[in-house]
Ligand binder design. Structure first.
Ligand code: SF4
Ligand code: SF4
Length: 278
C-alpha cells in the first residue's frame, strides 16, 4: 500500500496482515516501472492512496490495470479516494498467483527494467495489443523497416537515444528491440532512404515484442586494396551510385571501394606524386 505523506498523519485505519504501508515523501511521481516493480516484488495487488494523482500516474495505472485484467483477470492497482474506499481496498487486496518476480535492476535503464518485467508478466501468452493513442505521457510503439530499401547506413542507430536500434557492424546487421522504443520518431526522420515507418502508441503484449529482432542484414564489402571488410555491401553500392556520375577522376572513383585507411593512402599518395612532379 502506497500512501502520500500528507495523508498518513490523521489516518486511523486498521491494517490487515501482509499489508505493508509505504509513504511517498513530498510530490514525487510514480511511473509504470515503479508500479510494476512494487507489484512484482510483492506479488500482490497495490493500493495507491493519494489526493493528487498526476496525469502521468493515471496513464500508468490505467495501462497496468488493463494489462493485469488481461493476464490475471484482476486489477493491479487500486486507487481509493476516501478513507472508506481505502478500508474497502485493504479488505479486498490480494496476492496474485505467479505474479512475484524479482530482477537485478543495477545499471539498467527504466525502460529496460519495465521491458524485462513486462516480458515476464506476458510470458508465452498473446494478450493482444494495447492502444495508447489517448496517452500524453506514456508512449510505447514499434517500427517497420523495408529491408529491400535499407542500405545499412546506420544513421537511424545514431539518433536512437533509447538504444532500441543497434548496429552489429561485424555481422552487417541492424537489430531492433520494440520494448525499449520510446516512439520518438527520430529514426524515421533521419533515414535517408525513407524506409522506416514508426507505429505509434501500440504496445504489443506478446513474446515477440520483447528482445532484439533482426531488421536488415547485408554481406560485408571488402576493401579492393587491403581486402578488409569495412562496410555493408548495399551502403557502398548506394554511395557508388550517387558519386560515380559526379566523379571524373579515376582515382576518386576507385577510392569509393576502399576502406578509410586505404582511401587516405590512395589519395595522399597521389597528392605527393603530383607535388614531386612540380
Ligand atoms: S537506410 Fe534507414 S533503416 Fe537502413 S540503416 Fe540507414 S537509416 Fe537505418
Ligand atoms: S522511434 Fe525513437 S526510440 Fe524508437 S527506434 Fe526510432 S529513434 Fe529509436
Amino acid at each position: 500500500m502506497i500512501i502520500a505523506e500528507n495523508l498518513i498523519e490523521d489516518l486511523q485505519i486498521e491494517l490487515k496482515e501482509n499489508v505493508l504501508p509505504l509513504t511517498i515523501e513530498g510530490r514525487k511521481f510514480l511511473d509504470e516501472t515503479h508500479f510494476l516493480t512494487l507489484f512484482q516484488e510483492s506479488g500482490a495487488q497495490i493500493i495507491f492512496f493519494s489526493d493528487a494523482i498526476s496525469k502521468g500516474e493515471k496513464e500508468a495505472i490505467n495501462m497496468l490495470n488493463e494489462i493485469s485484467r488481461r493476464k490475471y483477470n484482476k486489477v493491479m492497482i487500486f486507487t481509493p479516494s476516501s478513507k472508506e474506499e481505502l478500508e474497502k481496498a485493504i479488505k479486498n487486496v490480494k496476492f496474485i498467483e505467479n505474479a512475484h518476480y524479482t530482477i537485478n535492476e543495477a545499471n539498467r535503464k527504466k525502460r529496460e527494467i519495465f521491458s524485462s518485467r513486462l516480458s515476464h508478466l506476458v510470458g508465452e501468452e498473446d494478450l493482444g495489443v494495447l492502444d495508447l493513442n489517448e496517452n500524453r505521457y506514456i508512449h510505447y510503439g514499434s517500427i517497420k523497416i523495408d529491408e529491400n530499401k535499407c542500405t545499412l547506413c546506420m544513421a537511424c542507430v545514431g539518433v536512437c537515444n533509447a538504444e532500441a536500434l543497434k548496429a552489429f557492424e561485424n555481422e552487417g546487421e541492424l537489430k531492433f528491440d520494440a520494448s525499449v522504443c520510446t516512439d520518438c520518431g527520430y529514426c524515421e526522420v533521419a533515414c535517408p532512404e525513407k524506409c522506416i515507418e514508426v507505429i505509434y502508441d501500440k504496445l504489443e503484449l506478446n513474446p515477440s515484442y520483447f528482445g532484439q529482432k533482426l531488421m536488415a542484414k547485408d554481406e560485408p564489402f571488402y576493401c579492393i586494396m587491403c581486402g578488409k571488410p569495412f562496410a555493408p555491401k548495399k551502403s557502398i553500392e548506394k554511395i557508388a551510385s550517387t558519386l560515380l556520375p559526379i566523379f571524373t577522376d579515376e582515382l576518386k572513383k576507385k577510392s569509393i571501394y576502399c576502406c578509410p585507411e586505404c582511401k587516405s593512402k590512395l589519395l595522399f599518395g597521389e597528392y605527393l606524386k603530383k607535388k614531386e612532379q612540380l
